[in-house]
Design a protein around this ligand. Structure first.
Ligand code: IPM
Ligand code: MN
Length: 362
């Protein structure tokens, strides 16, 4: 298969982890005879520094022309504590999501058996966790009207949703549940918010066309508690933009490191793949960042193009690195291995399991 992949490394550890993912994609090309073409473009703080714009026109065009975007990370502390900053790195990512129409952000949360002890939660609580968050990505409070009065003493952000915005992601989430454990939990705040009541109305109606899927409703405050009390009760979680942002970080704690969680953002014509972690500026250039979230994002990219065997080969190579303890220090404080070494190990272990020679090569 031929694929054009736009590489948006971004800020902080973005470039280091992204290049490990590219290594793995190159290994997939070689092992399975594909031809991927990579083109890089700036986004985030680095793009502000160079071009005064967190999403330069050229970057957006490159993404529009590509079959898929592989994203690193975004954010720089110099903007975080400056409420007066007019341009911010994050605006680049938000605009990209909006312009590419990436309305569904899919974030799988699963525990690797080998890492049960890494979690701050008890192994008996987290064992068997396997759920996927469907987070709405181009609506809600992130994109509603923003206001601040002339004196700078009152500000507001509007959370608004249309039936159409809710139904298109709801269908994806129900379809995903059908292929998984047939359960969908809508997370909202329908006891308080009008927009949440619309979500319930639209989702319960759509649920009638998926009779095999058990639909449950949960208030977001309770969901925040349930995710750490009893995470294995969930299968597919469907939720709006901001609640999804918050509970997915919470979900990442279950597996022991946010450095493991990948995500896919999909729309009608485009798709982007990115780790859920941020730019981790303190770790930049130190060769300590965990590349697995980025590598698993590349696996999700392969799955998006139905390259299932290829994606499985990547996932198996990741498993092997975990089993052998070839991991970065976030997973083992005594580990001597860096980002690059872990990336090399995983890339070298991407094999075609149909190949008899490799099967015996344990
Ligand atoms: C995420 C990030 C982004 C978000 C930021 C960087 C704008 O936290 O992808 O979860 O809030 O969506
Ligand atoms: Mn987030």
């Amino acid at each position: 298969m031929n694929l054009k992949i736009a590489l948006l490394a971004g800020d902080g550890i973005g470039p280091e982890v992204l290049s490990q993912a590219v290594k793995c994609l190159q290994a997939v090309e070689e092992t399975f005879n594909h031809n991927f073409v990579y083109r890089e473009a700036p986004v985030g703080a680095i793009a502000i520094d160079k071009h005064g714009d967190p999403l330069p026109e050229k970057t957006l065009n490159l993404c529009e022309e590509a079959d898929a975007v592989l994203f690193g990370a975004i954010g720089d502390p110099k903007y975080d504590n400056n409420p007066d900053a007019k341009v911010r790195p994050e605006q680049g990512l938000l605009k990209l999501r909006k312009e590419l129409g990436l309305f569904a952000n899919i974030r799988p949360v699963k525990v690797f058996p080998k890492l049960l002890k890494n979690s701050p939660l008890k192994p008996e609580i987290i064992s068997g966790t396997d759920f996927t968050i469907y987070r709405e990505l181009t609506g809600g409070i992130y994109f509603g009207e923003k206001k601040i009065n002339a004196e700078g003493t009152e500000a507001s952000d509007l959370c608004s949703y249309t039936e159409k915005e809710i139904s298109r992601i709801a269908h994806l989430a129900f379809k995903a549940a059908k292929n998984r454990k047939n359960k969908l939990t809508l997370v909202d705040k329908a006891n308080v918010l009008e927009s949440s009541r619309l979500w319930r109305k639209v989702v319960s109606k759509i649920g009638e066309s998926y009779p095999e899927v058990k639909l449950e409703y949960m208030f977001v405050d309770n969901a925040a508690m349930q995710i750490i009390l009893n995470p294995s009760q969930f299968d597919v979680i469907l939720t709006e933009n901001m609640f999804g942002d918050i509970i997915s970080d919470e979900g990442s704690v279950i597996g022991g490191s946010i450095g493991l969680l990948a995500s896919a953002s999909v729309g009608t014509d485009s798709a982007m793949f990115e780790p859920i972690h941020g730019s981790y500026p303190q770790a930049k250039g130190q060769d300590i960042a965990n590349p697995i979230a980025s590598i698993l994002s590349a696996a999700m990219l392969l799955e998006h193009f139905k390259l299932f065997e290829e994606a499985m080969a990547v996932r198996e190579a990741v498993d092997k690195s975990l089993k052998k303890g070839i991991v970065t220090p976030d997973l083992d404080s005594k580990s001597q291995y860096g980002t690059n070494h872990v990336g090399d190990f995983i890339a070298e272990n991407i094999v075609d399991s149909d190949d008899d020679f490799n099967m015996n090569d344990e």
